[in-house]
Ligand binder design. Structure first.
Ligand SMILES: [Zn+2]
Length: 271
């Protein structure tokens, strides 16, 4: 009889590749925390309980630590940094394993070859070549960066306006709204997960509520998410929060409100 193969040895040990021992498990369902071992095989959790009689090739002692499913951060601005450096250390060290970028009406896509785009991208500096334009091309750029976390993107309103309008700091014509609708549809077809707006920023402040509804009909038809960075945080904060709620009611789009932070008395634009 020869030496036992890896798989035979693994079976004898309960077939587990990894055991996370003695962590305080908070499973995200609202259930009370429990202290237990977790047995993993082939990347899948196989057992949760007392595994003190079993060993695995890899073991992590999580005594005194909390063990949770990966946290999903739906409001990230790591659009550009993830495309350049996929290690995502700041996310991973906080337990975040999935992020949604393209928030607040600003992001990396769609892009057009114009210098104003720098203002739409958090963390941009001129040494970084912007060698993509469409959402499909941006997602490919992300794939090449091999991010250490899952990444999804929204389609930012500011980028749509910068792409469809010579001067986004004024009202859009009907034709320009149609063009933005087409760009939004294209981006969603290429893999974007929804749409975001930042209605207090100069490139988006002239967007009418009716335009939002036009965009959100398309987002709803794609089953996407509408993430709204609201128009007002001053004395009209309630009005600011009502606007996306009304659009959700009119279009049926799933909606998340970002930056709901009423600060009456603060100068407009400083909140
Ligand atoms: Zn934001």
């Amino acid at each position: 009889m020869g030496h036992p193969s890896d798989s035979e040895r693994s079976l004898a040990n309960g077939g587990l590749d990894l055991i996370v021992r003695s962590g305080t498990i908070v499973d995200g369902t609202g259930a009370p925390p429990v202290t237990a071992d977790i047995g993993i095989s082939g990347g899948v959790i196989k057992k949760i309980g007392d595994l003190s009689s079993v060993t695995a090739a890899d073991e992590i002692d999580a005594t005194g630590l909390v063990v949770t499913p990966g946290i999903i951060d739906v409001h990230s601005h790591a659009d550009l940094t993830l495309a350049i450096d996929g290690r995502a250390e700041s996310a991973l060290t906080q337990g975040v394993t999935t992020v949604l970028v393209g928030n607040c009406g600003h992001g990396c896509t769609p892009l057009r070859d114009r210098p104003e785009y720098a203002s739409a991208i958090f963390g941009y500096n001129r040494s970084i070549p912007l060698d993509w334009q469409s959402t499909g091309e941006y997602l490919e750029k992300l794939r090449q960066a091999r991010p250490g976390i899952n990444v999804g993107t929204l389609v930012p309103l500011g980028n749509l306006r910068l792409t469809a309008m010579e001067d986004p700091e004024r009202s859009a014509s009907d034709d320009q709204v149609k063009q933005m609708c087409a760009l939004l549809e294209e981006a969603l077809d290429e893999g974007a997960l929804g749409f975001s707006c930042g209605l207090q920023y100069p490139d988006s402040v002239h967007t009418r509520s009716e335009e939002l509804d036009e965009f959100n009909k398309i987002v709803a038809a794609h089953g996407g998410l509408f993430a709204a960075c609201v128009r007002h945080t001053d004395e009209r904060a309630v009005e600011g929060i009502e606007e996306p709620i009304n659009s959700a009611a009119a279009t049926g789009v799933r909606t998340q409100i970002s930056h709901a932070m009423p600060q009456p008395g603060s100068p407009r634009g400083m909140t």
